[in-house]
Design a protein around this ligand. Structure first.
Ligand code: PLP
Length: 437
């Protein structure tokens, strides 16, 4: 191992358990295709596409070249009163990939910004149509929508919310759809739980529909451990939203760009939201980018007013040239290698492999859809999360990158994964689980 030319200790690394991490750091120094290289030179198989985002695999040549060329020709162009070709071209490709009339794209720089943008579009949409009283949002328990104030307000992860005060006013939460007793070891969409969408009617009755702007859900909840929507659930949300003039937002930051074997989960489930958020896979995480795709009727509502700025919202780096170039090259690669179809074709094999871990010590549930799977371990009585963390550490020592939330291991490999690598992923997890008390 070459000695580090930097010091870990004095600098604060966000979003991880700092003391735990710095006591035994896992530092990744390079990556190619399905593998990282750790600082000690070991190759680490990536079973999580980084953080659900490196869908095309690491450091793919065509994406690297596109970013390099862009950096040398146009580094930045103002987005205010100016433009450049990249985001227009990329928006067109995204609109062609997205189903139905989801055909207008607004760019941001992360999933969190995409969520804030979608919530703001929903408010401004109703106002533009003379319904400015529709200001309330409905999120869901166990949801993750990033870390902006909008995202944590509609999100449902207690640790992400509890230190941050009152957040956005006027938010209700649907119940989450996970009940282990009813759905443990389900493959794909559970039969149980569609009725939980009816809770939306209760919330509407409480506030009156005229006060509600939008419902936001992840079609498949990712960060809280792959919670797959019950059969009929998303369809029911759509129907209730339609009945009451409420916008439906799908947060597809994880499910977008092939994770379920289709470009978007909206297509996979055949349920059309009014707004879709995306990030991560749009550039295969090479350059930060996020955004919102709006249906035609949403976009058109903004174009009826007097000339001038239609939506007072945007970021310095919206549609940044490097991100746009990376996005174009990434989407071209998805197309050339037919990676969404590849993911769809492998989903059955992936499911079998994941469920082969049933019966191993402490495994209390396995759930999956597309190329997403969760293996839930029983928590230790005295220390929730400890068993999951130990599994993560041991997998890493055995050459496998996994991800844990609490005691749940989540797998979501790059879409270029092979059957042999799927065997290796679940084979390694199986071996590790046999060694953990
Ligand atoms: C569904 C969902 N929304 C939003 C986000 C936030 O994205 P970012 O971390 O890019 O802000 C995430 C991140 O994992 C996510 O899974």
């Amino acid at each position: 191992m070459t000695p580090r030319d930097y010091d870990l200790e004095p600098f604060w690394m966000p979003f991880t358990a700092n003391r735990q991490f710095k006591a035994a750091p896992r530092i990744l120094v390079s990556a190619k295709d399905m593998h990282y290289t750790a600082e000690d030179g070991r190759r680490i198989l990536d079973s999580t596409a980084g953080l659900w985002c490196v869908n095309a695999g690491h450091c793919r040549d065509s994406i690297v070249r596109a970013i390099q060329q862009q950096a040398g020709s146009l580094d930045f162009a103002p987005t205010f009163q100016m433009g450049h070709p990249g985001p227009f071209r990329l928006a067109q490709t995204i609109a062609q990939l997205a189903p139905a009339d989801l055909d207008h794209v607004f760019f941001a720089n992360s999933g969190s910004e995409a969520v804030d943008t979608a919530l703001k579009i929903a408010l401004a949409y109703h106002r533009a149509r003379g319904e400015g009283h529709r200001t309330r949002f409905i999120g869901r328990e166990r949801a993750y929508h990033g870390v902006g104030f909008g995202g944590i307000s509609v999100g449902g992860m207690t640790p992400n919310r509890k230190a941050f005060g009152a957040m956005l006013p006027g938010v209700d939460h649907l119940p989450h759809t996970y009940d282990r007793e009813k759905i443990a070891f389900t493959r794909g969409q559970p039969d149980w739980g569609g009725h939980l969408a009816d809770d939306l009617e209760r919330i509407v009755a409480l506030h009156d529909a005229s006060n509600i702007a939008a419902v936001i859900v992840e079609p498949v909840q990712g960060s809280t451990g792959v919670v797959v929507p019950p059969k009929g659930y998303l369809e029911k949300l759509r129907a209730i939203c339609d009945k009451h003039g409420i916008l439906l937002i799908f947060d597809e930051v994880i499910t977008g760009f092939g994770r379920l074997g289709k470009a978007f989960a909206a297509e996979y489930f055949n349920v059309m939201p009014d707004l879709v958020t995306f990030a991560k896979g749009v550039t295969s995480a090479t350059v930060p980018m996020g955004g919102v795709i709006a249906r035609k009727h949403v976009h058109d509502a903004f174009m009826q007013g007097p000339d001038g700025i239609e939506l007072f919202h945007g970021y310095t780096y919206s549609g940044h040239p490097l991100a746009a170039a990376a996005g174009e090259a990434t989407l071209a690669l998805y197309h050339e290698e037919q990676l969404f179809a590849h993911a769809g074709n492998l989903a059955g094999y992936f499911e079998e492999a994941a469920h082969s871990l049933r019966g191993l010590p402490n495994v209390i549930d396995i759930r999956n859809i597309g190329l997403m799977a969760a293996i839930e371990l029983a928590p230790r009585a005295d220390k929730p999360g400890a068993r999951g963390y130990e599994a993560l550490v041991r997998c890493f020592e055995a050459g496998l990158l996994t991800r844990t939330t609490g005691d749940t291991l989540a797998c979501s490999p790059p879409l270029i994964v092979s059957k042999a690598q799927i065997d290796e992923i679940f084979g390694t997890i199986g071996k590790v689980l046999r060694t953990i008390e």
